[in-house]
Design a protein around this ligand. Structure first.
Ligand code: BTN
Length: 326
């Protein structure tokens, strides 16, 4: 039996009897019961009440493939392929291993309900529970030499921040180069990976992880302050699918703008969300500590350590605001 079909029957959070589920899915009550017992494997809590049946408290919000495709199509985005997976080690690894050609100007999107080995920057683990958050990767070709990549990380952070802002999320901060924070807690992160030179440019894989419905249950697993989108906007229609559709839309639109204008087009927007400027910062490797003076035209971090302003390149160091951990 298909776990997704069963979950869709229970998605509303109401009680459904074994008979009703069996009829809806065309299987026996025993088969339903067997499948239900697997839900705990993916971390889904099931309540059983005698005489009423089964329910998932709070329901479950699964990604909807047709909804996502229709949204991107209606916006005229060139998504040439969309792989929606139930479970994968990492959506970034999945697209990094993918050898199929991508035409210039086209985008391959992969999303998963769960990652078993989600990867963050600097070798960190990205906690990826089933049907709670968004795990998105986008592969595309970027024409040009290594210069073309400079600033891409920042531009992507700006696109995600703009998307969240447009849906009413307040107090968004970008922590250089592209961590997305709200209320001094991490909401989302971006991992940019290069597959290597491809013809006249680079094959790039951009991975975005956004906490959407993750609750305190996960506390203790993640080693930094974090926050989820739930409760951050008054908009109740924002399902995970709608967030996924909007975020991919914003990322692809941002990448297209970046291709034509470079970082210059995105820098003003990025600076609006800069959460480090004016704060004491510390480069974790290199031991540089000082007052952050924002970013320069190339997206490098400016730190005044007392002996003049020093620039830090993306990818070389990590920055930790002294007042809060990262
Ligand atoms: C970070 O802030 O450290 C970056 C986190 C990036 C996580 C996303 S989730 C989708 C994609 N697949 C991965 O394994 N990582 C990225």
């Amino acid at each position: 039996m298909d776990l997704v079909r069963l979950l869709n029957c229970l998605a509303d959070g109401n009680y459904h009897s074994g008979v009703e589920l069996g009829l809806a899915l065309g299987v026996s009550r025993t088969a339903v019961w067997k499948e239900l017992s697997k839900l705990s494997d993916v971390g889904i809590v099931l309540e059983t009440l005698k005489g009423k049946g089964y329910r998932i408290p709070g329901g479950v919000d699964l990604l909807d493939r047709s909804f996502l495709m229709n949204h991107w199509e209606s916006k005229g985005l060139s998504v040439s392929r969309f792989d929606l997976l139930q479970c994968v080690d990492s959506t970034n690894s999945y697209l990094m291993l993918d050898d199929k050609d991508i035409e210039n100007g086209e985008y391959v999107v992969c999303m998963a309900e769960q990652q078993t080995a989600g990867r963050g920057r600097r070798g960190r683990v990205w906690h990826s529970p089933y049907a709670k958050n968004l795990y998105i990767s986008i592969a595309f070709n970027l024409i040009g030499g290594v210069d073309a990549l400079e600033g891409l990380s920042l531009a992507l952070g700006g696109s995600v921040a703009d998307c969240l802002d447009s849906q009413g999320v307040g107090d968004i901060g970008l922590k250089w180069p592209n961590d997305i924070w709200v209320n001094d807690k991490k909401l989302a992160g971006i991992l940019v990976e290069l597959k290597g030179e491809s013809g006249d440019g680079w094959r790039v894989v951009v991975g975005l992880g956004v906490n959407v419905l993750m609750s305190d249950i996960e506390d203790g697993i993640i080693d930094q302050p974090w926050i989820s989108l739930i409760g951050l906007t008054n908009e109740t229609s924002l399902t995970r699918s709608l967030w996924g559709a909007l975020l991919v839309d914003s990322l692809i639109t941002g990448i297209e703008e970046y291709k034509s204008e470079g970082l210059a087009g995105a820098l003003e927007g990025w600076r609006r969300y800069d959460m480090l400027k004016g704060r004491m910062v510390e480069a974790l490797s290199g031991g540089l500590e000082g007052l952050c003076e924002g970013v320069d035209e190339r997206g490098r971090l400016l730190v005044n350590a007392g002996e003049g302003v020093q620039t830090i390149n993306a990818g070389e160091v990590s920055i930790r605001p002294n007042e809060s951990s990262s």
